[in-house]
Design a protein around this ligand. Structure first.
Ligand code: ATP
Length: 259
């Protein structure tokens, strides 16, 4: 039987009077790559932050590796890797200092953390800045650092929130291959992004969040069969009831031109 890694039951979350998540339920099995998509503000990052224990005050039940995350035991976090949408990194540290620090936090010996960090930086084409301060990194370099820091401890479950932001086309190809290989090794990946063609290609299952609920859940092929549109971008537009891009674009430009 396939192992269930993650279960969410009737998850609800409010910020003040605003209901952000309104009854989200799903189950994720080992090795699945979940493409978690939805309009801006739909609640994708909020879902991920709740699962990571960064946000609390929710209702519903979340089980990760079979344990309810609200039971106070945070051991499950040692088997999770996370690339946040907006990351705070210690800019004054070098890549070497930051990654060995993160590696040691996760219980790796310094030498192993250093070896893995340097090797992964090399493979990602940023080995030459390993000993430079992060403050001097370009956007893509920082993103690569974040991806590496999420993987150093060989986690079972990965949460990637818009991880390829700023990566060049070649690096995106490497990243897609890394995802495929990780999933083949039995890692489970929760991948939240707006880059529909990448989500379409790498996800074994796509979940669309809309108005605080799951509006679609299935493989890309299944979503295609259930909808009249072809690409994931078009299916996204259709399921979220959006078709006014021309009109909105024209109105936007006409206001820009008002002087
Ligand atoms: N700390 C907070 N306090 C108040 N409201 C919040 C907070 N964090 C998120 N929200 C609100 O919750 C809603 C969902 O935000 P969230 O960041 O989860 O959306 P998202 O689906 O990840 O969006 P995007 O695609 O733009 O990243 C938004 O309306 C946002 O304004």
């Amino acid at each position: 039987m396939e192992e269930v890694i993650l279960t969410i039951k009737d998850l609800k979350k409010n910020y003040g009077p605003k209901a952000v998540l309104n009854g989200v339920s799903l189950q994720v099995k080992r090795g699945e790559v979940i493409g978690y998509i939805g309009p801006n503000g739909a609640g994708k990052s909020t879902t991920v932050k709740i699962m990571l224990g960064i946000e609390d005050d929710y209702s519903g039940e979340i089980k990760i590796f079979g344990h309810d995350i609200s039971d106070g035991n945070i051991e499950y976090k040692s088997k999770i890797g996370y690339v946040p949408e907006i990351a705070e990194v210690y800019d004054n540290l070098t890549g070497h200092e930051y990654l060995t620090f993160v590696g040691e936090l996760y219980g790796l010996e310094f030498d192993l953390a250093d070896y893995k960090a340097k090797s992964l930086m090399d493979l990602f084409g940023v080995g030459e800045v390993y000993h430079s301060r992060i403050a001097s990194y370009s956007k893509g370099m920082r993103q690569k650092l974040l991806i590496i820091s999420s993987l150093l401890h060989n986690p079972e479950l990965l949460f990637f929130d818009e991880p390829i932001n700023g990566l060049d086309a070649n690096s995106v190809m490497i990243f897609k291959e890394i995802m495929t290989q990780l999933a083949a090794q039995g890692k489970t990946i929760f991948y939240s992004s707006h880059i529909m063609d990448v989500v379409e290609k790498i996800s074994s299952r796509i979940i669309l969040l809309h108005d605080g609920k799951i509006a679609a859940d299935g493989t890309f092929e299944e979503l295609k069969q259930q909808n009249t549109e072809g690409s994931l971008e078009q299916i996204f537009n259709q399921l979220t009831g959006f078709s006014q891009h021309k009109e909105l674009g024209a109105r936007f430009v006409s206001i820009v031109e008002e002087m």
